[in-house]
Design a protein around this ligand. Structure first.
Ligand code: UT7
Length: 373
């Protein structure tokens, strides 16, 4: 049987707390005019205490399931793209699986920085097309504010927190994800990095003292790389599906810098009006930026079912890539599964109780069975 992978649900979650350029000017030597003219950013959302990549990602995922009109129990796989995971392990995907009560789902994290959401959607789409899975959640979630050096004006002005999620489902109707390109050049790994905290530079007094747990970036080099690869990846992905740029209704680019997007548009000879841009209000939310922009354009009616959309991103690694999709919208369902959402508060209580129940069972089993050695 031939399956196609359709994007049938979407949701976002951003912290309510907003930091404007004027707020930043109180912390580092910068100003609104410089930030706006060099990046296009006016404000960003910053996670408050208690919010994290898992909490934002879970919120976005539940909203996406609601749009797709399916229950968390229907999800076969959860893939979370993030550069600010809750821990090195367990994966943020597993923590979200528990938070949303997706009892049947496998879960793993994917690390490809700002390109991660595109890669995750592509990998999941291939799994659906192969018939291996039917329904999946792809989540891009970041709390990069926790990795930013708030004394480094060249990076702290750029990043923001947020999450976006897509539901992908199998259908025999043609459409959905049409093609993708994924690229990497690890020789540029040092251009954008959090150097310490991994196996190469484990956490030590010195790594903390040297601020090696914060984002370090060569902005100019990343800028040059980005303007080169964005147009190329867009052209490649369209060609791979045997279309031309004239067949594309929307380009949803990674929201890093207004000037990068404008340069890509110029190179592609596409009017800027066909690009979805919202970085002015969110800053660079890394892997969350593409779903945050896409969902805004779906919600305000710009993106319509049947539209062809190129998602294109670049980031640390170096990584870059693009994905072409024909927009679907929710698949028809025989009987809407509204129960978890009508009883939103109760459902949350249920998943919390379920999680604690499992922990208690594990504790009792440990006491009853004792040590195995
Ligand atoms: O998701 C991927 C992540 N990263 C990116 O996409 C970043 C790509 N790069 C960029 O967006 C740009 O390179 C930046 C926005 C980071 C920097 O813009 P730029 O036009 O490349 O500025 P620059 O680094 O060349 O710096 C120009 C000047 C410097 O002063 P001097 O040496 O010319 O006197 C900087 O010290 O601007 C200064 N500067 C600032 N001034 C006010 C750097 N940051 C700031 C600041 N406020 N926040």
């Amino acid at each position: 049987m031939n399956y196609f992978a359709h994007i049938t649900g979407w949701g976002t979650s951003v912290p309510a707390n907003i930091m404007t350029n004027a707020d930043l000017a109180k912390i580092v030597e910068t100003n609104d005019e410089w930030i706006r003219s060099r990046t296009g950013i006016a404000q960003r959302h910053i996670a408050e205490e208690g919010q994290s990549s898992a909490s934002l990602g879970a919120e976005a995922a539940l909203k996406a399931l609601k749009v797709a009109n399916i229950s968390p129990h229907d999800v076969d796989l959860i893939v979370v793209s993030t550069s600010s995971p809750e821990h090195l392990f367990p994966s943020t995907a597993s923590l979200i699986q528990d938070r949303i009560g997706a009892t049947r789902a496998g879960a793993f994290d994917l690390s490809a920085a700002c390109t991660g959401f595109i890669i995750a959607v592509n990998i999941v789409a291939q799994s659906i097309r192969s018939g291996a899975i039917h329904t999946a959640l792809v989540i891009g979630t970041e709390t990069l504010s926790r990795l930013v050096d708030w004394e480094d004006r060249s990076t702290c002005i750029l990043f923001g927190d947020g999450a976006g999620a897509f539901v992908l489902q199998a259908s025999q109707e043609p459409g959905g994800v049409l093609s993708a390109v994924m690229r990497s050049d690890g020789s540029g790994g040092d251009l954008l990095t959090v150097p310490a905290g991994g196996s190469k530079l484990p956490t030590s007094y010195q790594t903390v003292k040297d601020k090696q747990h914060f984002i370090q970036m060569n902005g100019r080099e990343v800028f040059r790389f980005a303007t080169r690869v964005m147009a190329q990846a867009t052209e490649d992905v369209v060609k791979k599906a045997n279309f031309t740029l004239d067949d594309v209704d929307w380009v949803v680019p990674h929201q890093a810098n207004q000037r990068i997007i404008e340069t890509a548009a110029k190179r592609l000879k596409l009017p800027l009006e066909r690009f979805v841009i919202n970085l002015e209000r969110y800053g660079n939310t890394s892997t969350a930026s593409i779903p945050l922009a896409a969902v805004e354009a779906i919600t305000d009616g710009r993106i319509q079912p049947g539209d062809r959309i190129v998602f294109v991103g670049f980031g640390a690694g170096l990584t870059w890539g693009a994905l072409l999709a024909q927009w679907t919208g929710p698949l028809p369902v025989e009987k809407p599964k509204m129960w978890p959402y009508r009883l939103h508060g109760l459902y949350r209580l249920y998943v919390k109780l379920r999680s604690w129940g499992l922990r208690i069972v594990r504790l009792i089993e440990g006491v009853v069975w004792g040590r195995q050695d």
